[in-house]
Design a protein around this ligand. Structure first.
Ligand code: SAM
Ligand code: DTB
Ligand code: SF4
Length: 336
């Protein structure tokens, strides 16, 4: 089946407007046709450079201008990053994603991060980085270092973007995504919901993602984590069923992509997460922290996988197939 890149806004809105059960049934059918519906990819995040960011993203606890209690730190040393990557691998993660609170990496930081990427890759993990805007040269350098994925989100619909971020344009994000694709990196690109946007604006985000020259290989759908001190703290919480609709529509529009149930899981019930997996989410962040905010305990995630009969997805890499350790744990605890 060929992938589409010509969705109209009306089509995407109509999808989000479907009766809930119809939307879920369609999404699950697509999911089961294109993926193993019981396998979920497991990534772990590490903030390698926390806080002090010059940007003004209204959701973000790491923007220097908001008083959120996040202290600005320097770039972590290589050894400390590798310790965290080894721990993540031992806990069952197959991808390690390194995040930095930068507008864009400075030249002096590029080689340091390239070294981290090379060493994490050598551990047998997939590598991902999210470091802000990139030039073509920087994207090429990271590719050469062994980077598999680059995360750079559109965050929201083009017409809502100006209410959330003023220090860089939507078009800047598209430019960075172009450099990432040209470098031959896989794209991880999604957004945040629950920022006060309308359903039509959520359709606008999905339409823009699905009409990119290639569907992002990975599509993180974040539910706003409200952090005291950020402008979006106090936003009316999104109806959880709207969140499930977003996952389901992403699955239908981008059938081959991995749809990641991303930030906001710590505040979700097991039942809500199960609905998201049914609707087509097949990737999560695993480990007790996202970048600066909390994520479910690993024990809770392992128990949820076991209860749902979900297994962590193995990853194919050049050196062979790495199997996630919690596959066995999940099955063992289910059988016990
Ligand atoms: N500074 C880089 C950038 O903005 O591209 C990389 C890190 S930034 C924290 C990565 C993404 O995290 C953002 O694009 C946003 O989608 C997500 N994010 C940040 N704060 C969040 C929050 N409070 N709730 C949900 N998602 C959040
Ligand atoms: C993405 O889409 N979500 C992750 C990852 N990409 C980098 C980040 C979520 C951050 C949540 C807020 C925090 O922990 O600071
Ligand atoms: Fe900075 Fe990224 Fe946070 Fe925006 S989302 S303030 S660019 S760390």
């Amino acid at each position: 089946m060929s992938l589409r890149h010509d969705y109209t806004r009306a089509e995407v809105e109509a999808l989000l407007d479907l009766p809930f059960n119809d939307l879920l049934a369609r999404a699950h059918a697509v999911h089961a046709q294109h993926h193993d519906a019981n396998a979920v990819q497991v990534s772990t995040l590490l903030s390698i450079k926390t806080g002090g960011c010059p940007e003004d993203c209204a959701y973000c606890p790491q923007a220097a201008r908001y008083h959120t209690g996040v202290e600005a730190e320097k770039l972590m040393p290589l050894d400390a990053v590798l310790d965290k990557a080894r721990q993540a691998k031992a806990a069952g993660a197959t991808r390690f994603c390194m995040g930095a609170a930068w507008r864009s990496p400075k030249d002096r930081d590029v080689e340091k991060v390239a070294a981290m990427i090379g060493e994490v890759k050598a551990l047998g993990m997939e590598t991902c980085a999210t470091l802000g805007m990139l030039t073509q040269h920087q994207a090429d350098r990271f590719k050469a270092a062994g980077l598999d994925y680059y995360n750079h989100n559109l965050d929201t619909a083009p017409e809502f973007y100006g209410q959330i971020i003023h220090t860089r344009e939507f078009a800047d994000r598209l430019d960075t995504l172009g450099c990432v694709r040209n470098a031959g990196l896989k794209t991880c690109c999604g957004g945040i919901v629950g920022m006060g946007e309308s359903r039509a604006q959520r359709a606008g985000l999905l339409q823009t993602l699905a009409n990119l020259p290639e569907h992002p290989q990975s599509v993180p759908i974040n539910r706003l984590v409200q952090v005291e001190g950020t402008p979006l703290d106090g936003t009316a919480p999104l109806d959880p069923f709207e969140f499930v609709r977003m996952i389901a529509a992403a699955r239908i529009l981008m059938p081959d992509s991995m749809v990641r149930l991303s930030a906001g899981r710590a505040e979700m019930s097991d039942e809500l997460q199960a609905l998201c997996f049914f609707a087509g989410a097949n990737s999560i962040f695993y480990g007790e922290k996202l970048l600066t905010t909390g994520n479910p305990d690993t024990e809770r995630d392992q128990a949820l996988f076991a209860r749902l009969g979900i297994v962590p997805m193995p990853v194919e890499i050049e050196s062979g197939t790495v199997h996630a350790d919690i596959v066995e744990d999940g099955r063992a605890s289910e059988a016990a």
